[in-house]
Design a protein around this ligand. Structure first.
Ligand code: AQP
Length: 329
């Protein structure tokens, strides 16, 4: 039976966090069993804000090695670095030329992010077209996304329609958003009303997958909660709710079970025990990562092979597109 194609990526805009792990990477690990999975280290996407070249290069390798350490190995999925598959950027130009500017201006994320910037780069406006190319170049059926990205999938579907209106039907698979059921939203440790983000300037707000045990304990001890004492899941106390969610997802214990366990105990117990659960979850991943990152030749080889495998699919789509639109290659 032919498996449906799934595409997802992680942007190299900081350190990979526990939010990425719980919200996305754990479901990627499940997906490989049921789908033909393409996962990318999205380094082109990170350019919507300035990235120091040396840092970006290092981070791209780190992310790739971390995904391998999580078990996203070549026997299970196609894992690649976006910039090693030039078809993404090539298709972006063609799709840009069928996408009305008005559609891009309407994107909520663009409006929110550009409102906070003094000088807005056009990449920020155009990046949903790069995202559409990522999806369409693999003929993806499903794209796992959070709520905040659903509008971009809708735009991608519109782009397919605009392309077909000009050049005829049947070239691209119409993708659908796929909201994985496991995807809990992890909140910032310093401001639990906002999501945990890897590009947050305050390092104390997130747990990086690379954090040492003592850093994790320190960050958890400082996690913001209210001034109460009863460990109970309550949305009016987002700090405690966040810690209970993290603990529950990682330990596999229900929230009710955890509330019972913490009866008569203080927030300090919740913080320390949650730190312990995080440390134990990350320990084997960090060990595996250390083995992989030491072996540069092995890492380069897997990156190269991953890109070749991705290009096998992407180049077919791009060749069909060029033929359809009358481009000499
Ligand atoms: N806090 C979170 N809780 C649950 N899921 C999360 N994701 C990110 N943060 C959380 C999910 O991780 C995947 C990869 O995200 P991304 O790197 O493409 O971009 P993002 O969503 O913008 O992630 P960050 O960490 O917040 O990065 P920055 O700070 O650069 O914006 C996505 O599936 C996302 O839902």
């Amino acid at each position: 039976m032919v498996k449906e194609i799934v595409l997802s990526g992680i942007t190299t805009s900081g350190k990979m966090t526990l939010g990425n792990y719980i919200g996305a990477l754990t479901s990627w690990k499940d997906m490989v069993n049921n789908y033909d999975s393409y996962f990318m280290v999205a380094n082109l996407h990170s350019m919507t804000s300035f990235q120091d070249p040396k840092d970006l290069m290092g981070r791209t390798k780190t992310f790739y090695a971390q995904l391998l350490a999580l078990g996203l190995t070549p026997d299970k999925c196609t894992l690649f670095v976006q910039s090693q598959v030039p078809e993404h950027a090539e298709l972006t130009w063609i799709l840009t030329c069928v996408t009305p500017l008005g559609n891009l201006n309407r994107m909520t994320q663009f409006k929110d992010k550009s409102a906070k910037q003094k000088s807005v780069l056009s990449g920020l406006l155009m990046y949903p077209v790069l995202m559409a190319s990522d999806i369409l170049v693999y003929q993806s059926n499903l794209v796992p996304v959070g709520e905040d990205q659903k509008q971009h999938i809708e735009l991608c579907r519109d782009i397919v329609q605009y392309f077909e209106d000009k050049y005829g039907p049947g070239l691209f698979t119409m993708p659908k958003p796929f909201i994985p059921k496991q995807g809990a939203r992890v909140m910032s440790l310093t401001d639990p009303t906002r999501k945990m983000s890897k590009s947050d300037e305050n390092e104390g707000s997130y747990i990086a997958l690379s954090d040492a045990p003592e850093q994790i304990t320190k960050k958890l001890k400082r996690a913001v909660t209210d001034s109460g004492t009863v460990v109970k899941y309550d949305e009016t106390n987002p700090g405690v709710a966040n810690l209970l969610t993290i603990n529950s997802v990682l330990s596999g214990r229900s929230i009710q079970d955890l509330e019972k366990h913490f009866e008569g105990k203080m927030y300090g117990h919740l913080k320390l025990e949650t730190a312990e659960v995080i440390i134990e979850t990350l320990r084997p991943i960090q060990q595996k990562y250390e083995e992989i990152i030491k072996d540069e030749a092995y890492l380069q080889k897997l990156m190269h092979e991953g890109a070749l495998k991705a290009r096998e699919k992407a180049s077919k789509t791009l060749a069909a597109v060029y033929e359809r639109i009358g481009m000499i290659r």
